[in-house]
Design a protein around this ligand. Sequence first.
Ligand code: ZN
Ligand code: ZN
Length: 368
Amino acid sequence: MSMDVTFLGTGSAYPSPTRGASALVLRREGECWLFDCGEGTQTQLMKSHLKAGRITKIFITHLHGDHFFGLPGLLCTLSLQSSPDPNKPPLDIYGPIGLRNFIWRTMELSHSQLAFPYVVHELVPTRDQCPAEEFKDFSLLRDEVPPREAQGRILHLDPGENSYLLVDSEQLVVKAFRLFHRVPSFGFVVEEKPRPGKLNVEKLKDLGVQPGPAYGKLKNGISLVLEDGRTISPSDVLEEPVPGRKICILGDCSGPVGDEAAELCREADLLIHEATLDDTQEEKAKEHGHSTPKAASAFAKLCGAKKLVLTHFSQRYKARLGEGDADITQLKRQAEAALDGQEVTLAEDLMTLEIPMKKSIFFEKNEH
Ligand SMILES: [Zn+2]
Ligand SMILES: [Zn+2]
């Protein structure tokens, strides 16, 4: 089951010819989930190998323009390209409270009618996610739900878990957690559920169990009683479950709110963290609610993340240096130094990273 991440925009504040505004796509088995949708995301999508029509979910980390100004345009283009289908499930959009109002108002004011249904699920932030003077209560802006739009969920923090449960399907769980920024910001954890281990067919044959419905029962965790009275329990013939992959995508922040974030991101296969400014600009970064490579690495270390990717770079850092330009590679060096030499990747527009499937523990043991 393939899984990859493609960065569409890796710059902060505004799109430039070399770095688009924030957006990335997590693709799993052909289905695309878009995380953030800065201005110009739809043209970045066209430049990539991805198909915009495959987007089934959109997640917005926070309501700064460089993370969602591309949304109305993208939705309208998707609408132009889609044929009306009454059975099409709605496009799920997740983001901080206020997002639905933005989408609905933009559509209404521009006389845009989307040819497909969408649902906006809004996360209610807590006041400690930004400086007190910046907090605005957008729950007061709520409108009636327009007739064509299904009622989305209002998601509140689960105080016990210190997270928000967004998706819990047969194969995946998606949770959000709180980040501190100039405005309330969120991180998302996408985690596959463990897959049941394979049936040990050789062993079953030795036990005299023939292929058929019995195999299905054992795979589903049901014990089997043979004609001679012997009982075979699933653990006798099933290999260890295969752990799922975990991807963590953080919005703009100077750090998480609460200690549980590190627990949620524990041993992430891929941790995508912003590093707007380099370590020499630490004070300025903090003042604006942003991180440096050192701060991103410290969080990655705390989580035991297997791979750290930095993104959301200030447009001052140039990939190709001209006179007076700041060198982007210093961010990589700073992050790697803070991670005791572990390799850190700097995201670039249109870069794709694959996240390979994990193997069953049983198999790994046998390989050595
Ligand atoms: Zn930003
Ligand atoms: Zn921001």
